[in-house]
Design a protein around this ligand. Structure first.
Ligand code: AMO
Length: 436
């Protein structure tokens, strides 16, 4: 067994092999490739930071090491100690001549093609997602997603928002509708949270500005390239704010997140061949959007934008977050404030944000007045009794408040122009998939 404490102290990341500081290095990684030119053998090793060529020369390299070099199967985990040499032919201009080599874990015959431009189709790659994660392209997606999540949190924490952790088991629907997964909770029936909606509102009504990234579940039966049955939402909720205030917060956050990705993930973006710019922002009412789309011969539903309409908005306003506000009341959930607080208003204080041709977020001002909320629940065919603890929470000093949610997988998909949202989630949960 290899001494892991010693290894942790001594090992360098592969990217640091190229920094010209070290002459002798110890590295570990996965076998990316091997080549045998009879007198010379190459073993390309990969870790999370990059790849490096290990070169063995017949007669110069230790005989035992030279013999084993082309026998090690792809994706096996290997330790190498050796000297760093300049080499014009080697990728990155350096190679390692090995003095010691240990196979830490040998890989069996691979069930999928793990090369960057894998020939294996997505469903099969997802069946072996743990192995698909060995691919640098897949890793690039999740390195970028890591930046998105941390930049989102940093942005709001630095602006005085408080990080909260809402419950995942809930007693009643949070979005209305029937797309709920049921769970048995002792003698009661419970559901998996569809969103942190009601809880983030209750917290914001006491603690003013909150932020969260939390998993949610939607029992939607359809299989689409932009929906998952389990996704993670990046939410904020803000007291003393209306829809425009929180849309501006989103504009700032998305610009910051994209800026961070451009700064921290340049190599990942290059690998994925993604062109990205910090976006501009455009604000228009739903009525204005409908007029514009009609002028461009695009059909619009009475209270929603079709995927075709979203694409057109991207064509008309490239590299722009398009905020569409004053959304029709019928297209928004019960908790969204009717325009100017009028119970039978046709227009709401809700909005959607469209970016790179897809809806990334929805949000709005909330109903913080219990009587109005009860009326809105009834209007949506919901039973106010099921929401009593929520409606009652606004009886003891509840400020007006607003917020929104961006799905982190949807945002990753949009940013990287991935054809299927499943590429942007480590272990997708969809209609047919519960493993791995
Ligand atoms: P909504 O249901 O529009 O609003 O969701 C907000 C954002 O979450 C993401 N999202 C999804 N991503 C993948 N698969 C899904 N099935 C899925 N459902 C939602 C999208 C979407 O724009 N509580 C409100 C938000 C608010 O008002 O604060 C809500 O959940 O990016």
């Amino acid at each position: 067994m290899i001494d892991l404490e010693k290894l942790n102290k001594n090992r360098v990341l592969i990217k640091d092999v190229f920094d010209n500081k070290k002459k002798e290095v110890e590295i570990v990684g996965w076998v990316h490739n091997t080549r045998n030119l009879s007198k010379v053998k190459f073993l390309v090793l990969r870790d999370i930071s990059g790849i490096v060529q290990v070169t063995g020369v017949d007669g110069k390299t230790d005989d035992k090491i030279f013999k084993m070099m082309d026998k090690i199967s792809r994706e096996s985990v290997v330790y190498v100690k050796g000297c760093v040499k300049d080499s014009k032919q080697a990728p990155g201009g350096k190679e390692i001549n090995p003095d010691a080599m240990i196979v830490i874990s040998e890989a069996e015959k691979l069930p999928i093609d793990v090369s960057d431009h894998s020939k294996t189709e997505l469903p099969k790659r997802l069946d072996y997602r743990f192995l698909d994660l060995h691919r640098q392209r897949t890793q690039a997606i999740f390195k970028i997603q890591s930046t998105i999540g941390s930049a989102f949190k940093d942005y709001f924490i630095n602006r005085g928002f408080i990080d909260m952790h809402p419950p995942s088991l809930i007693g009643s629907s949070s979005e209305g509708g029937t797309d709920l997964f049921k769970a048995k909770y002792f003698e009661q029936e419970a559901y998996l949270a569809q969103s942190p909606q009601l809880y983030k509102q209750m917290v914001a009504c006491a603690m003013e500005k909150i932020v969260t990234i939390t998993p949610v579940w939607r029992a939607e039966k359809h299989n689409t390239i932009r929906h998952l049955n389990e996704c993670r939402q990046m939410d904020i909720e803000m007291a003393f704010a209306n829809a425009m205030v929180v849309m501006k917060e989103m504009e700032g956050a998305v610009k910051y997140i994209v800026g961070e990705v451009l700064k921290k993930n340049k190599e990942d973006l290059d690998l994925l061949e993604v062109k990205l710019k910090v976006p501009k922002a455009k604000y228009m009412t739903f009525a204005e959007a409908v007029k514009l789309l009609k002028e461009n011969k695009i059909h619009v539903e009475k209270d929603d934008l079709t995927p075709e309409a979203e694409k057109k908005l991207d064509e008309l306003f490239p590299d722009t977050i398009v905020f569409v506000y004053d959304w029709p009341m019928s297209g928004k959930p019960f908790y969204i404030m009717p325009k100017d607080g009028k119970v039978d208003a046709k227009i709401s204080e809700g909005f959607d944000a469209i970016y790179r041709g897809i809806e990334i977020s929805s949000g709005g001002q909330r109903v913080h007045i219990p009587d109005l909320l009860i009326k809105r629940l009834k209007a949506k065919g919901l039973n106010p009794k099921d929401f009593k603890s929520y409606t009652d929470s606004f009886r003891f000093g509840a400020p007006p408040h607003s917020g929104w949610s961006i799905g982190i997988e949807r945002f990753t998909q949009v940013l990287l122009k991935l054809l299927n949202i499943r590429e942007a989630v480590l272990f997708p949960r969809d209609r047919d998939r519960l493993t791995p």
